[in-house]
Design a protein. Sequence first.
Lengths: 309, 390
Amino acid sequence: MDEGLRARGVSQRFGSRVVLDDVDLDVPPGRVIGLLGPNGAGKTTLMRILFGVLQPDAGTVEWKGRRATDDDRRSWGYMPQERGIYRDMRVHDQLTWIARLHGLDKAAGAAHATDLLERLGLADRAKDKVGDLSGGMAQRVQLAAAMVHEPDVLVLDEPFAGLDPVAVEFLSNVIVEHVRAGRLLLLSSHQLDLVENLCETITLVHHGRVVLRGDVRALKAASPDRYLRVDVTVEPEWLGRVDATIASSDASGSRLRLASSTDATAALDAVRAHATVTDFGVEAPSLSELFLRVAGESAEALHDAEATA
Amino acid sequence: MNAFQATWLVAGRELRESFRRKTTWIIIAVLLVGSTAAVVIPDLVGKDGPTSYDVAVVGDATTFGPTLVAIGPAIGAEISITKIADAADARARVDHGDVAVAVLLGDDPTIIVRSGEHGQLVGAASQALATQALSQALASAGLSDAQIAKVFDIRPVRLEKVATETASRRGASFALSLVLYLLSLTVMIQVANGVATEKSNRISEVLLAVVRPGPLLFGKVVGVGLGGIAVLAAALTPPVVKLAVGGNLPQGLGGALAGSMIWFVLGLALFLTLAGSLGALVERQEEVSSVMAPLTTILVAAFIVAQSSADSSLGTVLAYVPLTSPLMVPTRVAIGVSSPLELVVSVVLLILAIGLVVRVGSRIYGRAVVRTGRRLKLRDVLASFDNRVA
């Protein structure tokens, strides 16, 4: 793990409020790492501490096995949640300027900016002010600003917030491409379902504490919970003597949480007795379901947290 | 990249973006035109020659007319006499503005003038009337014409004006201080607004990940400050050009100009750094003016004291205080009440204050700019200095 980025024992208080309490975080290269949790969990504060924007009350940030310095950090790229760029500055000027802050000379910075705008499909908007671009385009400029100096470490705070599906797909591709080149990537999100299939390793924080960490597939496999997904909306009385509960219901159908002793086919038969099922599956818990189990909170609490995003 | 390079990169961005804005060029153009006009127009008006007055006279003007015309040069005017037959016509002409005043001679002499106008001319006419009455009285007392002429052949009183130099120095320093004061106020708000925008857009967060707070804050101060000085140069170019070609400038403006620059530049650095630190405390752009209130109050108060009583003991004390000396010292230099010791001590204190403010200010800035969610109190930010592990 000497080649990665990690935080050890990070604690931070603001006045009497504890924002982070002894948090560890590992970001190895070549994997998409998710720092997940509801709003107010302390994700942004931890990212600021990684970048030295905030000095933590306790704990260290290590890079390649030693304490991270200002020079190390200058080679990383950071995209804060929403905005983070001058709206009244022209796109290409802004990217060149940021590259120079990272230590590139003017010519190299300008060349990187041109390449990156080409890659992100913004070449024809290079001379426009950021404020004149659409939300999705401005977000790509923001991403470009974090990547213009070709950083080994890319840290994205809530990169998917407010994006349409096309933009989510685009950004996901950029993230995967970055990681496949053997570089480091950390992203935060409170929308666990959105990053479910992107994050390979997660650290889940809640109220400033790490509540779950590890490889996503391993975590799911290790969970004793199993869910039956059906494409009909299940009524509670349909289940009868089958030991299962309705975990969630939405427009696409219901998810039933099966007790460990319950046979999935018995639960499916109970549903089929009342409605025609054309699609179903027995699944491991989703990230939200894993979170709810460890956080011990009701689904409403998570949804309330998401609603305030 | 060292701190100097970082500061310069940040300052360079401020300057480039500032000169890309149309408003900057409009302000420069307006100042240049206004300042040129202020320098050139008095010269043009001054070369206009003496004022000329038409005076209507009713009655026998053989002695009065020449007497009044002779007084003309004393009030800097050329007076011509028009004889009018009757008083009503004379009154109507005054009313219509055809003549400046009308004089009705006779036993009960009357001067007719539109209310509030031509005070000097009325005085001259009264004097001519009195002279005429006096010479008639002397004639009836038996004096010969030659004797009467001798009575009136006294040398005119010479008017000596004192304190003109101090007055023109005060005038020049007032104009200069006003420009510097307004400019300081403008760029101060500009820095605070800029910092508040960066905070609310979370740009400062990105920048702080790359650049330390000191260069970030001071780079903004230097960039916006240089932009302000460029604008000032536009306002000062006409008087300086005129001074260089030996124009008729009020004495003392040259010295006041050169001296003021030192205090202005240093004062600007101090005020802008404070403004940047305070700007980092706000949560929303609208709070900028309220968070800046203490600073603008000091600036306004210093300006008022400097203009009203720079030579008082309060003025002397404030000439040493770093926050007020930038406004106080140039005025005191202009009116000639400062001592060399005062100047040296004042500059040294000002430079020390800047050093302190840059250090403390960049710490406040670095803390405050990433604490969002509510308007911060300076006290809260300062308190957070203590409870952290270094």
